[in-house]
Design a protein around this ligand. Structure first.
Ligand code: SAM
Length: 280
């Protein structure tokens, strides 16, 4: 294993700054800097990009990104105890790392941020889906970001790439695949983290499309998909009957069998149905 920089190891940083992991902040740190550099390398054009990193913690992924020559990183960390550790990294890479102590849930990416923008995070499990949903549904498309490279629990990562007919396919699969291309770039055993979590993880890279794959209004599509999957075992003519007045007629107009279930429909079929609802 080669050192990616001359800073102390992540274990030494955790010890030095007494960063005993806090459960309520979803703290499971990556220790292997070769692994974090590998995650960084999955994103092309780092040297020309602004990276927004959510939850850098002791800085494992941050150092991976910097060692791979990221032009500029804006790192948002809630835990004040991590700031001195991150400051040490900022001093080692002058002018490249801006540290913001704050909550990613309320942080807004400024429209002045130099593009292209790539978001990276080993997401705290408790806020992962909230942030992902927010990034996937900005007020305007295309969004400010070009790609999201995110570590999730393996099950959640598999839901994002799931195809119709599988039991993982659901609301997040459709909303992710409607306007982006998601793929799993790395699977990680829980032993890569300290402390070791109960589940394995995977890194998903989500590249945005310039235009949605199929035209539809985001608000209508989102509501329709939620209603359908709220009762995923029921036939659509039943699960959607309180939401769509002439449900059988609307489904047939969209070339969908009323006996289909939520998981049977493709992203395109959901978009077709959303457009029919908007017309009526
Ligand atoms: N990136 C580091 C790594 O890969 O080792 C740490 C990842 S750890 C799973 C999640 C990090 O997110 C922690 O450092 C935690 O303090 C931070 N965090 C948790 N909630 C946050 C929030 N709302 N806003 C910003 N950071 C948050």
């Amino acid at each position: 294993m080669t050192a990616i920089d001359k800073l102390p190891s992540i274990s030494a940083v955790i010890k030095k700054y007494k960063l005993n992991a806090k459960k309520n902040l979803g703290q499971n740190f990556l220790l292997d800097l070769n692994l974090t550099a590998k995650i960084a390398r999955s994103c092309k054009g780092l040297a020309e990009s602004t990276i927004i990193e959510i939850g850098p913690g002791p800085g494992g992924l941050t150092r991976g990104l910097l060692s791979e020559n990221a032009k500029k990183i804006i790192a948002i960390e809630k835990d004040v105890r991590c700031i001195p550790a991150l400051t040490e990294i900022a001093e080692y890479y002058p002018g490249k790392l801006e540290i913001i102590q704050g909550d990613a849930l309320t942080y807004l990416i400024s429209s002045d941020t130099a593009s292209p923008v790539h978001i990276f995070s080993n997401l705290p499990y408790n806020i992962g889906t909230v942030l992902l949903t927010k990034w996937l549904d900005p007020p305007e498309w295309p969004p400010i970001w070009n790609s999201l490279t995110l570590m999730f629990q393996k099950e959640l990562a598999e839901r994002l790439i799931a195809q119709p007919g599988s039991k993982q396919y659901g609301r997040l699969s459709i909303l992710t695949q409607w306007r982006s291309d998601p793929r799993i770039i790395l699977r990680l055993s829980s032993k890569e983290f300290f402390p070791r979590p109960k589940v394995d993880s995977a890194v998903v890279q989500i590249k945005r499309l310039k235009e949605p794959r199929f035209p539809a209004k985001s608000a209508t599509l989102t509501k329709l998909v939620s209603k359908a999957f709220n009762q995923r075992r029921k036939m659509l003519r039943t699960s959607l009957k309180d939401y769509i007045p002439n449900v059988v007629e609307a489904l047939e107009l969209a070339n969908i069998l009323p006996s289909n279930r939520a998981e049977d429909l493709s992203v395109e079929q959901y978009c077709n149905l959303a457009n029919i609802l908007d017309k009526n």
